[in-house]
Design a binder for this molecule. Structure first.
Ligand SMILES: Cc1ncc(COP(=O)(O)O)c(C=O)c1O
Length: 381
């Protein structure tokens, strides 16, 4: 029950990855031509874009949220003195890239103390609204907190930020595969995500959505064949065959921001198979099941004396975080793993008063396993 960290892939997904990896090894040149030609890149990325309800031109294929957040924090053009607003329940990948940028002097980062225990979306919206200051240019926050599992009111926060001229950067690592995600409906400027967690794609799979108006404000981290250079820039005057520029027809954001796509074929093939599996089951079914099993777990935990539940019921979905009185969360994690073979994760933000065991309920889990967790936790109290 640790899909929030890594989601193991099904055999079908692994076989799809393996087929492409084999083709890549058998004849790389042929693979390269088939894999990287504009039409097939567009077609495959279209499936990723569709999963996030984005336009294909606005999507970049990357290795996960950490890479995507680095692309954004390192590359986003901001006026000198700009303030990045974030909070202390963000994942390191949502904070360190901004802190690194701030070390170089042109921006500052203000980390708010997230109001854990906020029971409602309205309270969280109010918290962000009250926190925006005159220098705030970016609001960087998660769609689903990896700590307490709260699903944030992203659309309302983005609307509020947009009215104040603040760019919204959403860390969506925990959402796709647990919730139906529509970046269109969320209205965010940037959405960084992982496809190897709840979506159970191949490890090293993720995507970045960038609103077209910001595309040119994001400097690429890795510069390669394209990026506005021409054959003339490199070799001087000479006529070069037009088809040398294999990226010309790639989706726009890919052209600017994807440096290492050449080697991503196997990951992409496997992850597309995972997306296909989810879409076959139905994203609404997945969302309903993750929430239903989560509710069963949370209701069960609430009925056990000595449990502190950190996940607010009104903002909950597939993540449940809790503590058992008198036990360190790592002891609870060890008991669940060794006694009933359930893997959870300890989330330790002790310096700001949060340490809990986190369990993820997914469509792959059953009521039976949730009930076994409840029995074992009750016996620990
Ligand atoms: C909220 C959040 N952001 C970012 C990450 C890092 O994601 P990735 O492993 O795809 O780089 C995680 C991983 O757990 C996360 O929970």
């Amino acid at each position: 029950m640790n899909f929030g960290t890594f989601g193991p892939s099904t055999c079908t997904v692994l076989a799809a990855e393996q087929r492409v990896r084999r083709a890549m090894n058998e004849d790389f040149s042929r693979f390269f031509e088939a894999h990287l030609d504009a039409g097939s890149v567009r077609k495959r990325l279209n499936a990723v874009a569709g999963f996030l309800d984005a336009a294909v031109d606005d999507i970049v294929w990357l290795s996960g949220t950490t890479e995507a957040m680095n692309v954004v924090a390192r590359g986003l053009a901001l006026p000198p003195g700009a303030e990045i607003l974030t909070h202390d329940h963000e994942h390191p990948a949502g904070v360190y890239p901004w802190l690194y940028r701030a070390q170089h002097g042109d921006v500052s980062v203000r980390q708010l103390h997230y109001p854990t225990g906020s029971g409602t979306a309205e309270e969280v919206l109010q918290f962000f609204t009250d926190s925006i200051g005159p220098a705030t240019r970016v609001l960087s926050f998660s769609h689903v907190n990896y700590t307490d599992g709260s699903v944030l009111p992203v659309a309302a926060i983005c609307r509020m930020a947009c009215e104040r001229g603040v760019i919204t950067v959403v860390d969506g690592a925990q959402a796709p595969g647990m919730l139906r995600v529509s970046v269109r409906d969320l209205g965010c400027d940037i959405y960084a995500t992982s496809l190897h967690k709840w979506t159970s794609g191949i490890y090293g799979s993720g995507a970045l959505f960038v609103r077209p108006q910001l595309r040119d404000k994001l400097d690429p981290l890795i510069v390669e064949t394209f990026h506005g250079f021409s054959e003339k820039t490199r070799f001087g005057e000479r006529s070069a065959p037009a088809d040398l520029d294999f990226r010309r027809e790639w989706p726009c954001a890919m052209r600017r921001m994807s440096g290492l796509f050449t080697y991503a074929g196997p990951q992409l093939a496997g992850t597309l198979a995972a997306i296909n599996e989810f879409e076959t089951v139905g994203l609404e079914v997945v969302e309903r099941e993750t929430g239903r099993l989560g509710d069963r777990l949370r209701e069960g935990l609430q009925s056990i004396a000595g449990i502190t539940l950190h996940t607010p019921a009104a903002m909950a979905a597939g993540i449940t975080s809790f503590e058992v009185a008198g036990l360190d969360p790592s002891q609870v994690a060890r008991r669940l793993r060794e006694d009933i073979n359930v893997v959870g994760r300890v989330i330790d933000h002790s310096p700001v008063g949060f340490k809990a065991i986190r369990l993820c309920t997914h469509v792959f889990n059953t009521e039976n396993i949730v009930d076994r967790v409840l029995e074992r936790v009750e016996s620990l109290v």
